[in-house]
Ligand binder design. Sequence first.
Ligand code: BEZ
Length: 251
Amino acid sequence: MKWDAELYDDKHAFVFEYGESVLELLDIKPGERILDLGCGTGHLTHEIKDHGAVVTGIDASADMIVHASKAYPDIDFVVADGTNFHFDEPFDAVFSNAALHWIHDADEAIGCVYNCLKPGGRFVAEMGGKGNMEHMIAATQQVLAQHGFSDLAKRKAWYFPSLGEYAGKLEKQGFKVTYALHFDRKTLLQDGRQGVTKWLNMFGPTFFEGIEEKEKQQILTEITDLLQPYYNDNGQWYADYKRLRFIAVKE
Ligand code: BEZ
């Protein structure tokens, strides 16, 4: 997927703002070597460095890495596929915020994380969990199907596993899951009613590939109308986020 790093920073800052509480779970000790997997525009990577760690950020999007490198030239940022990366020098911890749900082959990703950690090293992450964006996805599928785009409606844009499913994958790879939580977090969308369209344009373009612009705008209006009873809370629009958080230790 092609990312607009500027727009991401401008209108979707909540992604890394919420990530700050995941940083608390990471509990950084000065001097630790930490990998930020799916670092995006690098703001949390920078915070990790500010806590005294030696940090590297990786992301599959070259645009995000260019943006991050410009913003934080003193941090090492590398373009890397989350299912196929390797580092010669092992890390004390791997951190990931709001990135793992983009990786459909979770086993490969977890394997790469495991291999780049020191024994006793930790993997600390937050991602979308089972049921994440359930209303947004259902409304999008319904309206696409009504407009005759049944194939687009069936696209699987993200991977939102249950706690048991992801913990099982971590354990199978050799991790001990020492903390795991699956919880609801209503997430404020930017710009009220426009927020649904903005969110889908930023994160869900795969659903609209090849649809002519005028019809796409109509579809987005209909999706927004369907979501109104669930998302509109006195003029503020909230998405039905469900988060999965965990700490897993390499035994
Ligand atoms: C999330 O953080 O849950 C998310 C972000 C973008 C697309 C899908 C899910």
